[in-house]
Design a protein around this ligand. Structure first.
Ligand code: GLA
Length: 418
């Protein structure tokens, strides 16, 4: 062996010994070299002993205070249960929430479901004659398995409706047609498509779903029509005939058992409410089978007043109609505010929300004779459309927080039931 080779051998042996020492020391509790003799080791000072004990205790405490496996709170009241003498408590759901932890929240707290998206026209009949049921069926099945009622949302709407509905037989937008004869043909074609859609959907679900949103959001005073009608393609092409036809077909196909609703937001606003009232009254006079009004009730912590919400229900009840709350949530921002609390939602806002939810549910309870269902638009703040509308930000409109735990709003709603 050359001198150079000898030198390298020594370095390697020395290095290995050092590494073994370091490893042993780590296994020994983090000390690089333990110079104590065995006897010394057996006589560690009582102070060190106490230290070790304390460390052990801390480890134990750490284990206890480690975040638990995520779970829902099993030992709190069920919303559906506490309101069982008044009305079903519902919530909007997506197919993906029918499994996993969030599904437990639905199972515990609601006895009614509505599809947040998957029963809208664009989901059910994306191209003419091609009906897709997979997602909608999943929700129907989940409701059945868990003994929940269902609502259907929605047969007719201007949004989330595929364009093909409104194209003429040559593929041109019907709204652009100026020839009166062709306009008439287009109207018939559109009403036929409407009839076909409703016939197929109602036939499929009439035994499983009793509460139906037949038309959604047909009033929009801002569009400038004197009767307050939204200037949607439906209205531009058929006038109010699409509404008449939709309700009649739903009744013919679904029978007397189905409850048929006209659904809208901002129904507490006197101007909008009165246009809706006039439309519905006119329809009822013509024998159109409308059973009630769905009040979406997307409100915020500041407005509208609860009195106005109830006043509107009373007005429709005066026509012999039922009322339902179809899409309840309570934004923590006022409607025209675009700011974002981020992770720091002020405690007084959370308390304000709780107070208002309490007053709202007290009022619902008092008016149970004219109000037959209360449905939230979601269940946990983690999944709410208001985290993305009108801007992307943190919102907290629902009774359960982002970890599916009960918020002060939840307890306030429970308190209102007592
Ligand atoms: C309206 C519709 C619902 C839903 C919400 C927003 O209220 O009726 O279907 O789209 O907007 O999520």
């Amino acid at each position: 062996m050359t001198n150079k080779a000898k030198k390298w051998t020594l370095i390697l042996i020395g290095g290995s010994v050092f590494m073994i020492a370091v490893l042993t020391a780590f296994l020994n509790g983090g000390k690089i070299f333990n110079f104590k003799s065995d006897s010394e080791n057996q006589h560690v000072s009582s102070a060190e002993n106490e230290n070790q004990q304390e460390n052990q205790d801390n480890n134990l405490k750490d284990e206890v205070s480690q975040p638990k496996e995520p779970s829902i709170e099993e030992d709190i009241p069920s919303l559906a249960e506490v309101y069982k003498d008044y009305f079903p408590i519902g919530a909007a759901i997506e197919p993906r929430y029918t499994t996993g932890l969030i599904s437990e929240l639905y199972k515990k707290h609601v006895n009614m479901l509505v599809a947040e998206n998957c029963m809208k026209p664009i989901e059910i009949q994306p191209t003419e004659g091609n009906f897709t049921w997979q997602s909608a069926d999943k929700i129907v099945q989940f409701a059945k398995e868990n003994g929940m009622e269902l609502r259907f949302h929605t047969l007719v709407w201007h949004n989330q409706t595929p364009d093909w509905f409104f194209l003429d037989k040559d593929g041109k937008p019907m709204v652009d047609e100026t020839d009166p004869k062709k306009r008439e043909e287009n109207k018939e074609l559109l009403l036929k498509r409407l009839e076909d859609h409703i016939t197929v959907v109602v036939s499929r679900y009439k035994d499983d779903i009793k509460s139906w949103d037949v038309v959604n959001e047909v009033i929009e005073p801002g569009d400038g029509n004197p009767n307050g009608m939204r200037n949607s393609p439906w209205y531009q092409i058929t006038g109010t005939e699409f509404i008449e036809r939709a309700f009649k077909v739903a009744r013919e196909v679904g029978g007397e058992d189905l409850k048929l609703y006209i659904n809208d937001y901002g129904t507490d606003n006197p101007v909008k409410r009165d246009h809706l009232y006039n439309l519905v009254k006119d329809m009822l006079d013509k024998g159109v089978p409308i059973d009630g009004v769905g009040h979406q009730t997307h409100i915020d912590v500041y407005s509208p007043s609860i009195d106005r919400i109830i006043e509107s229900m009373k007005k429709f009840a005066g026509l012999g109609l039922d009322n339902i709350v179809t899409e309840l949530d309570m934004s923590i921002y006022s409607w025209n505010n675009r700011s974002d609390y981020g992770d720091n939602i002020p405690e007084d806002i959370i308390q304000l929300q709780a107070k208002r939810y309490k007053e709202l549910f007290e009022a619902f309870k008092e008016n149970k004779d004219i109000l037959s269902e209360v449905v939230f638009w979601g269940i946990s703040d983690e999944y709410s459309w208001l985290n993305g509308f009108p801007v992307r930000r943190t919102n907290a409109p629902l009774p359960f927080d982002r970890n599916f735990q009960a918020k002060p709003a939840f307890w306030a709603i429970v308190e209102a039931s007592q």
